[in-house]
Design a protein around this ligand. Sequence first.
Ligand code: SF4
Length: 645
Amino acid sequence: MPHGYNAKILHIDLSNSHFSIEEPGEDFYRQYMGGSALAMYYLLRDMPPAVEPLGPENILVLALSILTGAAISGQSRMTATAKSPLTGAIGDSQCGGYWPAELKFSGFDAIVIKGKADKPVYLWIHDGEYELREASHLWGKTTGEVEAVIKEELGDDKIEVLQVGPAGEKGVRFAGIINMSNRAAGRTGLGAVMGSKNLKAVAVRGTTRPTIADKAKLNQIAKWGVDNLSESDIAGLSKYGTADVVSANQSTGTLPTYNYNSGVFDKWEAIDGTTMYDTVLKGASEGKQYREGRDTCYACTVRCKRIVEISDGKYTVDPHYGGPEYETMATFGSYCGVDDLAAICKANQICNMYGVDTISCGATIAWAYEAFNQGKLTTEDTDGLDLTWGNADSMVILTEMIATREGFGDILAEGSERAAKMIGRGTEAFLITSKGQEAPAHMPQVKRSLAVIYATNPFGADHQSSEHDPSYEEDFELFAERLETMGFTEPQKPQSLSKEKLRFTLASQHMYSALDSLNLCQFVYGPAWQLYGPADIVEVVRAVTGWDDIDLDSLQRLGERRLNMMRAFNAREGFDRHHDKLPEKFFDKALKGGVSDGWKIDRDEFETALDTYFKLCHWDVETGIPTRAKLEELGLDWVADQLDL
Ligand code: SF4
């Protein structure tokens, strides 16, 4: 009996309701371990190139890892992977909550879904059993409604529901997959893929915990985390949520403002995590207008999730849909010049109700705001909405119009890059996208290694794919012990794109890539400021699985394997170095105001950094495609064969 995992993968073809169970051996789990790497195995193995992302041939994988469901913080996460309808490249997104652990307890490690049901269905998995159930009565309903109906009709309040909202049904290209009505695998449009299959939801319930090889050791590591949280570098995250990052990014000039024209927002305090926290007290003393609470994922002591309730005023907010993360606060806030906290909380609620990625949604609205403020759009284009910077009411209305594909929202639901092509008039100049995906709220003009990551990342601009620069710059002393275990001893000057900085970038990218394959939360585990460091991650894997030969190098190789599989997938789809681009604005337009005033990216330095990065990856420098030698070294000969290398 394996420890940590079920050795069972559930395959479903929705076109004919056919189920099968695959039972891979230990070698498979050692090679791929779970999450993104495991999902990539099935996409590369079972899906031909060039399928239509919203067609039945696309395969959607929902994958757990060998660690999911173990009794320690930061392990209850799920990876969704498919070809992205937003980018046409690989799509990949993670979410936490209780659903991942519950699926593990129900007896499976992953679900591989292909085909399309001829009418709406949902999948019900419980203690090793599975069935498709009619979902026509759920179609068009919001996430909170669907969750309530499914729990009631199956007669168990402990059921966890993962689903697409109406936005996924309507093919919003950045629709997310939602669980608990407030946890989103938001990025790359995988909710639209699930909706295109007529699969409304996956409900799970299980009662069998995975066995743990060394329970005493795992308990000891878990207890250390509980005991040390308040003194750790994530104590602020625990208390204020990720929105605490607003003040940090404002002070370092990397809070995207007015669609990335500035790195500082003069009204930042209105949208900071501490303000959200303090508003509770203020709201309570003024008649309980606001209420904020904390929520968590299965077995996690950090409890970083916010719950916001606003019971009166212009924007009321239902606590069932959670509260805004930092990215949400920035994209609907400073990105659009909006300083209305209640409006941002409302936009967050709409996204979770309808199943929309808050990053792409907020950033796409910000693109429209800039086009409007530059005179390229008028109220005739926007159904009468005034998109003057800072207009909170229009931001909230547009969010709902996108989620429901109404009027001007129908164009924006295509994503900013397609919208710019449809509208023209020079609006392409305002795009903040890489491979068609809108950039998150960390600025490569300031954190220079993100220029390389945003450009080369297989699933488009992403902020959770590497450790950010300050950890190997001015903050190095704080994390020196952990970074030294990874071979990093020479802290770099700020804004450096030196070879040593890029070596750090790639090594940390491999670690984050491994975390997305182990499905570990990147706030809890990582190379620097997280609760647990690299040595602890190795210990957790050993304690859960009993694989005492696993070391840091094995995990780094896992991350490298996943990254190479994704680049190989993209190569099959026709992507190469020509697609590894940044928004033109990052090169052409210097930031205005604050500590990052005047900063932009030097084009030659960036191209040289790409050369260096590809050499460090052992990929072809001209094409950016993995070499046969690298793929063979990672045990991916079969992938090299597919690429005809
Ligand atoms: S740190 Fe936050 S997001 Fe991560 S597992 Fe814990 S509660 Fe979930």
